[in-house]
Design a protein. Sequence first.
Length: 681
Amino acid sequence: MKKILSAIMALALIMSTAAASTTTAFAGTSDSTELKNAIAAVKKVIEIPEKLSEFSYYYDEENESGSLVHMNWSDKEQSSYVSAAVTDKGVITSYYCHVPEFEGTGLAKITKTQAEKYASEYLTKLTYTPQSTFKLEDSVGSDYGQDYYFTYTMYVNGIPCDFANVRMGINKYAGKLSSYSYRSDVKDTATAEYPSKDKVITKEEAEKIYLSELGPELKYLSYYDYSKKSLKVFAAYGTDGVNRAIDAATGKIVKLYDDIIIYRDMGAKQEEAKSTSNAAGAEIKYTEEELKEIERAQNLMDKNEADKTAKNLISSIGSQTLKSVSLREDWGPNQDYVWQLNYEKHYVTLDAKTGSLISYYTSQDNDSKRDIGLEKAKNTAEGFLDKVCSDKKQQIVWTNENTIDSKYGNYDFTYTRQENGISFVDNSISVSVNKAGGEVVSYSKTWYNNATFPKLDGVIDKAKSFRIADELGNYDLIYKKDSEGKIALVYDFKKDNTYIIDAFKGIRLDYTGEAYKEANGAEYTDISGNWAEKIITELKNNGYYLEGDKFAPKAATTQIEFFKYLYSPEQSYYRDNDDFYKMLLANNVITKEEINPNAKVTRQEAAKFISRYLGVGKLAKESSIFKNMYTDKVEPSYLGYASAAYALGIMKGDAKGRFNGTGTLTHAETAVVIYNTLNNK
């Protein structure tokens, strides 16, 4: 990882040095002064280590916040570096530091409480508005890694500003600032321009309007498990996707500024391209004879039929030459074969059996200021739907009427599948119409042929789902920017505006349809005064925890609890316990015969698992070369593991020096074992 980071930084420094050289050649007195002031702005707040003697910079004069000076300091080997960006007003907008003293091992050397104090001190120095206008938000996400992260939001009139915040990282080993980002325009600090909170509608009035016009929406969602090739569809209320709020003064619906729409679109296209690329990379190469047999056996279209079908569906392909073509199996729920056809300017995907259009894209010139208008674009889109998917038109409705925007060159229409009177949001058909020429420039269809939908009998009502979302996200007054970029005082969710609420149980769900779990677990309510409280808390502050709000210190530890505690930061990587145990087997931490998730873990078993985890399992297995350091007898087959645990200071025995190998570990004792283990990594 260090080598990767160094290589990336080296590349960044090469690029920035090139930019700096170009800029310096034309630099005048004002540029020199700005650079001098930018360097001073950083050094007044943060000490740059002397060994970082290499320096480069470049200007960014097209930034929305004014001109920026980007600076990089590094050592000659480029293994340590600092980067910072400073505005022409002397405001530090970003900072990142990587030095050897930040690369500690084991658990943190400072507590989260100490780190929070350091963060507050840095905040005072770094922000150019009074510190009292910034408030620390509740910590979210895992505390695993080398840094503690803190997010501060700017408050005006006692109301949070969604668009102005600070995020910083404090290194767990050195207690110093490792990263900092300031998301705010300079003009946003002119608080006199903010709408007043006087004469606003009440929260109760806002809730009624929200329920009437915005949501939450009852809909079907889905999760596809690629390893098990199983599709789960579930009903839930969702607060996401509206991108609208309620004006606190008028009670009218306000369309919000969405500076990430374009990135979402780009991200989707990148993922699609990545998926295609990955698929191509992993694609089995068939001979011509093999392809013929596959086509014959599965009754698929051949390449020529696919080419002809594509040109019939999309007349603009015309006489373009087919540059490349591939036949592959769709990885999703349908598991159908698809033809991917790449022409000179058009890219088409067809169902290889039915010939139906799955996706289509062509590039267009969007420089023209001509605009055919929404109504004409919609007629064009729906005419295209009549041609390529008329069998689906009775099952879809136009769902992005309130958010459609053509400022990026196209009218993008989304039609969502309807089942049992509600939307199945993971199945939709999208059509993009060029606003200048009126041509269909892209089309995409996601449709699960074999999805089954749960009945909606017994779902909770919309009002109840809103109350649950309100408890989670605190629906109240907040400053946000409207679609024109102006600051507006609105009613919206303050913590997050995306919640999935189980339509029957009323609990929060994650994207898989399972009960939502906080990344770092809930706060424990039963460890106060326990002999292991400090260690349990320190582990949690480092991302290691048992799930739930009760730690149950005296409870016996099961095998699955032991391993999940030990591997807490990596839990999100594994879909289920089977997947998790596959990892343990692959890493030789457990054998297939030893797997018993609900079995209670003994002290000798813990010593064995820990020895393997630390990479000394093979040596510890040779019990004959070890001496018993405990005052009681240790089973011969476990002597090596017990000795390793003793030598490493992980398990020293009880007050009388006894190992008590067959004794069961409690949760509190497990915390101590894991704490000592991690400090040996």
